[in-house]
Write a protein that binds this ligand. Structure first.
Ligand SMILES: NC(=O)c1ccc[n+]([C@@H]2O[C@H](COP(=O)([O-])OP(=O)(O)OC[C@H]3O[C@@H](n4cnc5c(N)ncnc54)[C@H](OP(=O)(O)O)[C@@H]3O)[C@@H](O)[C@H]2O)c1
Length: 343
């Protein structure tokens, strides 16, 4: 094994206009050794997600730290463990891995994280798919579990051609929940139609609000799964019935406003509209480990059945990664960009 560990680390820049590639630097650090409760993973593949970009910009739920490796999730081989019986059992296994908040991320050749943040992966899921197994698919499962708990028979999904959106449309069908999928381009309108969304709507249509109202009335949608935020949240909620709930889980609408978000106070007071947040990191942290393992099994089964599948634009070694990351930031619908640190 080498003695150094190479990867992409954060470079803090006080310029809101700086590009993402400018916020990253190639860095070699000494090989980490796992602290108690941790494992060492040889990283095989790791995606770029919107949360990575928001983190690089300093707008995420965790403060960015200079010189720490970026990257929140990936897939790798457990090569060393300092985590009791579970750690021993993990050693030699291929796992989907989440970075531990506040320490180094996974855009590197090796990463240390908590053993409980590693989930063994079935052989029929390849490295690139396995690398995308935690953040988006687990979010889909949690969001639809919550929608069901709220009694939803139908949901509105915005940015519906995202990987989360596609997973929501496919998994909602399995659960007999109707979907109103909204997108902002004709191309994506066809994508969500072909996936089987009950209603597919274009947010740029002049009569979008009327179309949405008709779809909401036809399906009885009472939950909005909102990854766009800003003015989109009140615009959609205006067309939904009294007592509806918006679950905000993303902020794709770019803004330099550190607070962000808009909602109608009158809707909240007089129409009992509720707004709640969802953050997978918090949800998983509060789950007992047996429930995390149970959810992981369910997610992998859904991958095997084709309900979950991540569209991948390409896989890149260190030298070609940054231009690919910049492309993803501008053209997210082209599919995920995967870092392969050994290519
Ligand atoms: N809270 C959590 O724990 C959690 C967990 C997982 C994911 N998320 C969030 O889920 C969202 C989707 O993630 P993903 O990885 O599935 O995304 P993705 O596959 O990278 O796709 C992003 C999609 O959003 C669309 N989009 C971008 N900006 C938009 C805007 N301003 N208005 C409407 N549509 C827009 C893009 O379509 P165009 O072709 O129109 O650009 C693209 O289809 C992100 O906000 C992410 O942060 C949150």
């Amino acid at each position: 094994m080498t003695t150094t560990n190479s990867g992409f680390a954060l470079k803090l820049i006080d310029d809101p206009e700086a590009g993402f590639a400018e916020r990253l630097q190639r860095l070699s650090k000494p090989m980490p050794s796992p602290k108690p409760g941790h494992v060492l993973i040889k990283m095989l593949a790791s995606p770029v997600n919107p949360s990575d970009l928001v983190y690089l910009r300093g707008q995420y739920g965790l403060p960015p730290k200079d010189n720490t490796f970026a990257g929140f999730e990936g897939c790798g081989l457990v090569v060393d463990a300092n985590a009791g019986l579970y750690g021993k059992w993990l050693k030699g296994k291929r796992v989907a891995v989440a970075a531990q908040p506040g320490i180094d991320g996974v855009w590197a050749q090796y990463a240390c994280t908590l053993a409980s943040y590693c989930l063994p992966v079935r052989d029929d899921i390849d490295d690139a798919q396995a690398a995308t197994l935690i953040v988006n698919p687990c979010t889909v499962v949690c969001l639809l579990d919550r929608a069901k708990a709220l009694g939803a028979k139908a949901v509105v999904i915005n940015a519906a051609a995202s990987q989360v959106g596609k997973g929501l449309i496919r998994y909602a069908q399995r659960l007999n929940i109707k979907t109103i999928a909204t997108v902002r381009s004709e191309t994506n309108l066809n994508v969500v139609r072909n996936l089987g969304a009950t209603h597919a709507l274009l947010t740029t249509d002049q009569d979008f609000s009327m179309q949405l109202k008709a779809a909401v009335e036809a399906t009885g949608a009472t939950v909005l799964l909102d990854a766009v935020a800003e003015k989109e949240t009140p615009r959609v909620l205006k067309q939904m019935p009294q007592g509806s709930t918006a679950i905000l889980y993303g902020r794709l609408e770019e803004t330099h406003d550190p607070l962000g978000g808009h909602f109608s106070v009158a809707d909240v007071i007089f129409r009992d509209i509720r707004i709640e947040g969802f953050w997978l990191a918090r949800t998983i942290k509060n789950m007992p480990i047996w429930r995390v393992i149970q959810m992981n099994r369910r997610v992998q089964q859904l991958f095997a059945e084709g309900i979950f599948h991540t569209d991948i634009r390409g896989q890149y070694g260190f030298d070609s990664f940054l231009p690919a990351l910049e492309h993803y930031a501008e053209h997210k619908s082209d599919g995920k960009v995967i870092l392969r640190p050994w290519d």
